[in-house]
Design a protein around this ligand. Structure first.
Ligand SMILES: Nc1ncnc2c1ncn2[C@@H]1O[C@H](COP(=O)(O)OP(=O)(O)OP(=O)(O)O)[C@@H](O)[C@H]1O
Length: 261
C-alpha cells in the first residue's frame, strides 16, 4: 500500500546543545503509514530529536533522511508538517484567518483550511481571535496548521498537552485515520497512557533509546503489566547494565568534548 522506503531514517545522530551532548548516536527508522510514539521524561531530548528531523537543529554528527531526502531539504517543506510545543500562530487573527493564511503559504486550497478546522474540532470557534482561546484550543489550532498542507509526514511535539481525555481520544482517532490514509506520524508525549495507541514506541532517556519496539512486544519482553511499568523496568535494567560496565569502560564520558558543531 505504501512506499517501502522508510519515512525517516536516522544513523548515528548526535546533537550537542549548550556544550553538552543531548542526543547520543541515535539510529532508527520510521516506516511509512505508521504512528510512532516518542516517549520519555521531560528534558530527555524529545524536542531536540524532532527538531533534527525537521531540519531546524544543528547536528554534531550522523545522518537523517526524511522521505528520501536529507532532513531540512527545501523540497520537504510541504511534505512534512511540524507542530512545536509553543504554538506558532497569529494571536490577533481568527482561527479561520490563521488557517487560510497558512494554507495560502503552502499553496494548499482554501477548502483545506475548513477541512482541518473540522478535523481538530474547532468549527464552533472558527471566527474567534486565537488570542482568546484556551490553551487546549490553541494547541489544536497549532495542530491544524501542521495538517493544512496534507503532509506525508507529521511531526508532532506533545500535541495533546492540556487537552481533556475526550479531546485526546478524538485526536488519537484522527491520527489513526491519517495513518490509515498513508500519513506517517511521529508523536512525542510524556503521558504513558498514550503509548499504547501507537504502532511503535521509541522510549527515550537522557538522549538514548531504552527501547524501539511495538507496545505489545515491550510488555511481553519486560513482563510488565502496563507500559509505565515496562518503562521503569527498562530504566532499572539499563542502570544495572551501566553499573556493571562502569568499572570496565570509562571511554563513555570521553566521547562528548570537542564536538561543538
Ligand atoms: N537552547 C538550548 N540550549 C542548551 N540546551 C538546551 C536548549 N534547549 C534544550 N536544551 C537541553 O537539551 C536537553 C533536551 O531538551 P529537549 O527540549 O529536547 O527535551 P524534551 O524531552 O523535549 O523535554 P520536554 O518534554 O520538557 O519538552 C535538556 O537537557 C535541555 O536542558
Amino acid at each position: 500500500m505504501m512506499n517501502s522506503a522508510p519515512a525517516i531514517e536516522a544513523r548515528g545522530l548526535r546533537v550537542v546543545r549548550g556544550g553538552r551532548a543531548v542526543l547520543h548516536d541515535l539510529s532508527f527508522e520510521v516506516a511509512r503509514g505508521s504512528v510512532v510514539g516518542l516517549l520519555g521524561p521531560s528534558g530527555c531530548g524529545k524536542s531536540t530529536l524532532l527538531r533534527a528531523l525537521v531540519g531546524v537543529q544543528v547536528v554534531a554528527g550522523g545522518t537523517v533522511t526524511v522521505l528520501g531526502a536529507p532532513a531540512g531539504s527545501p523540497g520537504l517543506r510541504r511534505r512534512v508538517g511540524y507542530a512545536t510545543q509553543a504554538p506558532a500562530v497569529y494571536t490577533d487573527l481568527s482561527v479561520g484567518e490563521n488557517l487560510r493564511y497558512f494554507a495560502a503559504v503552502l499553496g494548499a486550497p482554501r477548502a483545506a483550511a475548513d477541512r482541518v478546522i473540522e478535523e481538530v474540532g474547532l468549527a464552533d470557534h472558527r471566527d474567534r481571535a486565537v488570542g482568546t482561546l484556551s490553551g487546549g484550543q490553541l494547541n489544536r489550532v497549532n495542530l491544524a496548521v501542521a495538517l493544512v498542507g496534507r503532509p506525508e509526514l507529521l511531526v508532532l511535539d506533545e500535541p495533546t498537552v492540556g487537552l481533556d481525555p475526550v479531546l485526546r481520544e478524538e485526536l488519537w482517532k484522527l491520527f489513526r485515520e491519517l495513518a490509515g490514509n498513508g500519513t506517517t506520524l511521529l508523536v512525542s508525549s510524556h503521558v504513558m497512557d498514550e503509548a499504547g495507541r501507537t504502532d511503535r514506541l521509541l522510549l527515550m532517556r537522557e538522549g538514548r533509546f531504552l527501547a524501539d519496539d511495538a507496545p505489545d512486544a515491550l510488555l511481553e519482553r519486560t513482563g510488565a503489566r502496563d507500559l509505565e511499568e515496562a518503562f521503569l523496568r527498562l530504566i532499572t535494567d539499563t542502570a544495572d547494565t551501566a553499573d556493571t560496565a562502569d568499572t570496565a569502560d570509562t571511554a563513555d564520558t570521553a566521547d562528548t568534548p570537542g564536538s561543538t558543531a
